[in-house]
Design a protein around this ligand. Structure first.
Ligand code: PLP
Length: 437
């Protein structure tokens, strides 16, 4: 049970004096309850008051092995003895690129620093390759913080998205030039008929379709496999490049990401998160012919820190471990045990629910029992009710996001004992919320 939060509250007050909202990323702002964490090890984190929690937020997904994973930290510490950054390629980048392309099935890869940056470059490469400027994205999908994609994302007001056949492009941030919206066609997820009709009208103007192969920012809504296959086929028909945003799914669904998991190949893909176990590293990758446009005097890709030794060593080590040990299989087994336990407890309590996603990354939705298929149908669920359950979990030391749109993430360090402790606390939390209903 979480006890005192005195130090947390004092520090958060101070944080707000110097940092807007006291956080360095808007997503970390939890109002007065904003946590301040100071340590992590394996499946656990500790706040500044010394409270220990089992962590299912995992830095919004990157921690695939566990916090402060010894082998990754050891190799990074060793690497930086020889410097962290040169204005040149290093051997570890080459080793990483070889392993990365083997694992993902992509032909060529360039390193970046964030998932948003990787998507931004994928879009630019697609535009350069096709000579077209428009792109399609789907409601509720999040691709980072750059202007082109900041519409109709996971914080959009579902009742103001307009008619399904002609969706509004709902702006997600102030400060974006109005004309930017003209490049975007926004569509509901999982609707092949509407997608096909849209391409029939405008397909020749579209450079790229970018999508999250699982809606990792809206309750892990799953793709209909027929929709994914259909999108692939129609992209080929209209000469459009298909970009998979694998920032959350890459190295978490399978070593080959969502493309291997669902058996659908993208032309370009963006990776980040799990590829570095929390170290800031990302990648844009793609087919040989598509990536051929990247280079001096052609498509600009570059950055001072791209492929720095900290990031490259962390990624090289994480991918080596994923490739040589049954890590994702173990995570899936433990995640399955957790999901089964959660569902049994909710069933016994008579609570309508859906667990959406896969065992390494899933969401618990309450108040309804039909799986959501797009951002609009997600609003049928009772997010406030989950908020109450989330608050009871957090009070007991199970750190989940109290907004059910953000998944529960499971790492290799969430072993059986951790899962079982979670289920004991989950049972208490369910009793606290539902006993008197
Ligand atoms: C699917 C997806 N794409 C892109 C991003 C942006 O990644 P970053 O925050 O590293 O820029 C995120 C971040 O959560 C994401 O979930």
């Amino acid at each position: 049970m979480i006890h005192s939060l005195n130090k947390t509250r004092d520090l958060f007050q101070k944080a707000q004096q110097f940092i807007p909202y006291g956080v360095n990323s808007n997503f970390r702002y939890w109002g007065e309850e904003t946590p301040i964490l100071e340590r992590g090890a394996g499946a656990f984190v500790w706040d500044v008051d010394g409270n220990r929690s089992i962590d299912y937020r995992l830095g919004f997904g990157p921690i695939i092995l566990g916090h402060a994973y010894p082998e990754v930290n050891r190799r990074v510490a060793q690497a930086i003895e020889n410097g962290v950054l040169f204005a040149a390629t290093t051997p570890v980048e080459i080793e990483l690129a070889e392993r990365f392309t083997r694992m993902t099935g992509m032909d060529k890869v360039r390193l970046c620093n964030t998932g948003g940056e990787a998507n931004m470059h994928a879009l630019r490469i697609a535009r350069a390759s096709t000579g077209r400027e428009k792109f399609i994205k789907f409601e509720g999908n999040y691709h980072g913080n750059f202007d082109y994609v900041m519409y109709s994302g996971p914080t959009a007001q579902a009742n103001r998205l307009g008619p399904r056949s002609h969706p509004h492009r709902q702006l997600a941030s102030a400060g974006i030039p109005a004309a930017i919206r003209n490049y975007l066609i926004s569509l509901p997820y999982n609707d092949l008929e509407l997608f096909e009709r849209t391409l029939a009208a405008q397909g020749e103007e579209v450079a790229a379709v970018v999508l999250e192969p699982i809606m990792g920012n809206v309750a892990c809504i799953m793709p209909d496999p027929a929709w994914l296959r259909g999108v692939r086929q129609l992209c080929d028909l209209y000469g459009i490049l298909l970009i998979f945003d694998e920032v959350k799914t890459g190295f978490r669904l399978a070593n080959g990401g969502a493309q291997a998991y669902f058996g659908v190949k993208a032309d370009l893909a963006a990776y980040a998160k799990a590829m570095g176990n929390g170290f800031p590293v990302a990648a844009v990758a793609g087919r040989e012919a598509v990536m051929a446009v990247v280079g001096p005097g052609r498509v600009a890709h570059g950055g001072t820190y791209c492929g720095n030794l900290v990031a490259a060593t962390a990624a090289a080590t994480t991918l080596e471990l994923l490739e040589t040990q049954p890590i994702l299989a173990t995570i899936f087994a433990h995640g399955r045990r957790l999901i089964d336990g959660i569902q049994t407890l909710l069933r016994h309590a008579g609570v309508p629910h859906v667990v959406s996603g896969v065992p390494s990354m899933f969401s618990v939705l309450l108040g309804h029992d039909e799986p959501p298929t797009d951002y609009r149908s997600y609003s049928q669920f009772d997010s406030q009710l989950f908020g109450q359950l989330g608050a009871e979990l957090i009070r007991r030391g199970v750190l989940v996001d109290d907004d059910p749109r953000e998944p529960w993430f499971v790492s290799y360090s969430h072993q059986t004992a951790v899962v079982d402790e979670t289920l004991t606390l989950f049972e208490e939390a369910v009793r606290a919320v539902f006993a008197h209903r």
